[in-house]
Design a protein around this ligand. Structure first.
Ligand code: SAH
Length: 362
């Protein structure tokens, strides 16, 4: 797997302190670092050329020393139903990623990808089908938010890391991204408005807890027992459900942030009344919230959505046990189908047909 060494050359991934050191080592005054940082993270400049209050010679030096990441918009789809927008962006190395903008009454929320592809293998998820290509750098995660804010001219106030990839499988870059995004000299998005979703990498949940950020952690649970979870999520072979839930309790203890559990309802697989009861038992006594997601069927798998009444009954059962539940509203239904579907569709449209695998999967 190719790692991007963002420390040495990727200028948009530096913290202000690091940038100040760099700028000073280039023989410039420290205040130039703050100007440069604000151009990158507040004014969302697309290149050094836009940084008009920096001396031309200094901009030239920067160009020689550092890479300036930017995303190339490849496709933009706007939902006629709810104004949700899906974006396909090209990275400097030619890979493509997808990001989503959702408009809510409380503000605009962006959903970003954290990796190109994913190696977690969840059975119902389109993003993992081609495996993992590489991690995204902090700047490539930031650029998704920056590009969307620039293209729409509307402020992004909320962020969810729920696009392609397992964020805790790209831990260091994720952390750096979260710090830069919530930095007061950058877009200053409140940590309380940021949610990171994980399939449950236990060590890294614990590590994240100790960072004591004020972000919300969402755990993809999707099953009410270890056995059932293994059927849907291969990561369950690595971690016992009890250990995953312990790590979630630890996250709450350390941060005071209420956990969110995501539960994608798959027709006939994990949506019975017994499942709801077992789930309530698992989460008993925890300060948490459950997000029920009607599974978004993908072409490559034969999973189906649960009937509306089954979803309602599942929710009612949990509520009877005093659990906080919401059914996630589907957004942008008309523009791209399930998570990872836009990118996947793009890849199979643009791929050399001679390289297509025999089963037709990309
Ligand atoms: N790797 C992270 C982020 C993944 S996407 C994680 O596992 O949490 C965010 C959520 O969407 C996860 O809960 C994921 O399991 C779920 N998801 C993925 N594909 C889905 C689909 N086709 N239908 C419903 N939920 C899906």
């Amino acid at each position: 797997m190719k790692e991007i060494n963002f420390i040495s050359s990727d200028i948009k991934s530096f913290t202000l302190e690091e940038l100040t050191e760099e700028v000073v080592s280039l023989g410039e005054k420290p205040y130039r670092a703050k100007q440069l940082y604000q151009w990158m993270h507040q004014k969302l400049a697309r290149s050094y050329d836009e940084m008009t209050n920096l001396p031309k010679a200094f901009r030239e030096t920067l160009r020689e020393h550092y890479e300036y990441t930017s995303l190339l918009p490849v496709e933009r789809r706007v939902s006629k139903i709810d104004g949700t927008e899906k974006y396909l962006f090209g990275l400097n190395d030619g890979n493509v990623i997808e990001s989503v903008l959702m408009r809510y009454r409380f503000g605009n929320s962006v959903c970003i990808s954290s990796q190109v592809g994913c190696r977690m293998g969840c059975r119902f998820c389109a993003s993992t089908i081609g495996g993992l290509t590489r991690n995204l750098s902090p700047s490539e995660m930031l650029d998704q938010v920056y590009s969307i804010q620039r293209m729409t001219g509307e402020r992004v106030s909320h962020l969810v890391v729920m696009g392609t990839g397992e964020p805790l499988d790209n831990y260091d870059s994720l952390l750096r991204f979260l710090r830069l995004l919530s930095d007061e000299n950058g877009l200053n998005i409140s940590q309380r408005n940021i949610t990171v979703s994980t399939c449950g990498l236990v060590e890294n949940i614990r590590k994240l807890a100790e960072e004591k950020l004020q972000i919300t952690l969402a755990l993809s649970l999707h099953a009410s027992s270890q056995e059932k979870r293994k059927e849907l999520m291969p990561v369950a072979y690595r971690y016992e459900l009890a250990d995953v839930l312990d790590a979630c309790r630890y996250y709450f203890e350390q941060t005071g942030r209420r956990m969110t559990f995501e539960y994608s309802l798959v027709g006939g697989v994990n949506d019975s009344q017994e499942d709801a009861e077992r789930l309530a038992g698992l989460l008993k006594g925890m300060n948490c919230h459950i997000n029920l997601i009607p599974v978004n069927p993908i072409r490559e798998r034969d999973f189906v959505q649960s009937d509306r009444q089954v979803i309602e009954a599942f929710k009612n059962k949990l509520e009877k046990y005093g659990i906080n539940v919401t059914i996630r509203r589907e957004m942008g239904r008309d523009i791209a189908g399930a998570c990872g579907q836009l990118r996947k569709g793009y890849l199979s449209r643009t791929k050399d047909p001679a390289q297509e695998t025999s089963d037709g999967s990309a």
